[in-house]
Design a protein around this ligand. Structure first.
Ligand code: T4K
Length: 369
């Protein structure tokens, strides 16, 4: 019997002794926020690491999403997915935008590009896709639709840190991509987030917006917010970035072990890793289908008895929350694939410190009676 609680994820923390020199530097400099040296350094290093040109750091992914939409002056209706963390759609409401939910592709659980066109109206201004679990959306197909209808494309890339497709960063697609560096993410700064911009001008506007709209000491260009990342968060990011390759490698090993142990279990469906995609193994989702001897919720409760705390990301669907469920696009009949996935999904624990023994224990517990 396992004695230690196993959560769905656990933040990777470099040894405290390695963090202390960063803190000393902050104390010496006296700059603790507002674009200090650590913040600037982290922006540069992340650009290099991720293979992108322009990045703006934020205090969290949600404020980054809200600001990304504001920076592109998105209004009216935006086409998005109901199968995500609630922050995706909340960022639309914060901008006074109406979400239009489109069903997902059951193979990827990302927005089904084939269903986007039917949801476009004269009020549509943008598509907000989510690279769910770090699996890339069909970015080329989505861009082709956006080009025809003159729509902006924003990606909620909260799960997609360092994901590449055919050697190219997935974060370069669309008009903007938004990352989350929350404690539960592959790369974390305790709390944090970022926007990837295609050019300097867009980055500059975003940088104004995250600092109340200040362009200089006396000029405010827009009703911006306080979305800045502090020096402590930036410092932690710098430290984490040195470790990130090893952390992602360990996640890949865990993914492999799960696949070996869970293949051929009746009713447990795994998702294929897509060809040409170098992923980050941020989640390990399984579907608990009819053929399994327990329902998804029974399995979720069963695992809790063994102190294994899996999560039902994403259940309920965003479209089922009270502020969204009255929308015509929230009707279950419009979202059959998302609804089914949301009833069957279970995300198993995955984080670098998870031991091989613990993975074995989780897999044995899944099938134990
Ligand atoms: N878009 C998408 C697609 C997202 O998934 C998210 C966030 C966002 C946008 C918004 O980005 P941020 O504004 O958060 O940067 C978690 C996270 O809070 C959230 O960041 C994340 N997505 C979402 C998928 O999951 P909860 O409520 O499930 O987290 P919580 O606190 O229950 O943590 C899960 C487990 O992790 C815990 O059971 C234990 C472990 N844990 C957690 C924390 C915070 C730790 O061991 N240590 C910790 O400090 O939402």
């Amino acid at each position: 019997m396992n004695t230690k609680k196993i959560f769905v994820t656990k933040p990777s923390l470099a040894p405290l002794s390695e963090f202390l020199p960063y803190l000393e530097k902050i104390w010496e400099s006296g700059t603790i926020t507002n674009g200090g040296p650590m913040h600037e350094d982290l922006e540069d290093r992340l650009c290099d690491y991720l293979g992108v040109e322009h990045i703006s750091l934020f205090c969290n992914g949600t404020i980054a999403l809200v600001t990304a939409l504001q920076s592109l002056r998105i209004t009216g209706e935006v086409i998005t997915t109901p199968y995500s963390f609630v922050a995706t759609a909340h960022s639309l409401l914060w901008n006074g935008i109406k979400p239009i939910f489109v069903d997902v592709d059951p193979k990827t659980l990302n927005i089904d590009y084939r269903k986007i066109e039917a949801a476009i109206s004269p009020q549509t201004t943008a598509i907000l896709g989510v690279h769910c679990y770090g699996n890339p959306c069909e970015v080329k197909e989505i861009q082709s639709i956006a080009d025809v209808y003159n729509l902006k494309v924003i990606y909620d890339a909260a799960h997609a840190f360092n994901v590449k497709k055919n050697g190219q960063s997935i974060l370069q697609y669309g008009d903007l991509s938004v990352l989350s560096f929350h404690a539960t993410k592959v790369f974390n700064t305790f709390e944090g987030g970022a926007i990837i911009s295609p050019n300097k001008k867009t980055k500059q506007r975003i940088d104004y917006l995250k600092n109340f709209g200040f362009a200089n000491e006396t000029t405010v260009v827009a009703p911006g917010i306080n979305g800045k990342m502090s020096e402590i968060n930036s410092a932690f990011g710098l430290l984490q970035l040195q470790k990130i390759d090893a952390l992602i490698n360990r996640r890949e090993q865990i993914d492999k072990i799960y696949r070996k142990l869970l293949k051929n279990i009746n009713g447990i469906k795994l998702f294929e890793n897509e060809m040409g995609v170098s992923g980050n193994y941020s989640y390990f989702p399984i579907l608990v289908e009819d053929g399994f001897f327990r329902t998804r919720d029974e399995l979720y409760d069963h695992l809790k008895k063994y102190e294994i705390f899996s999560r039902r990301y994403f259940y309920p669907l965003i479209s089922e929350f009270p502020m969204y469920k009255g929308l015509p696009s929230s009707a279950q009949s419009n979202l059959p694939n998302a609804t089914k996935a949301s009833r069957e999904i279970l995300c198993l624990p995955i984080y670098p410190e998870l031991s091989d023994d613990e993975i074995n224990f989780i897999c044995k517990s899944i099938i134990s009676t």
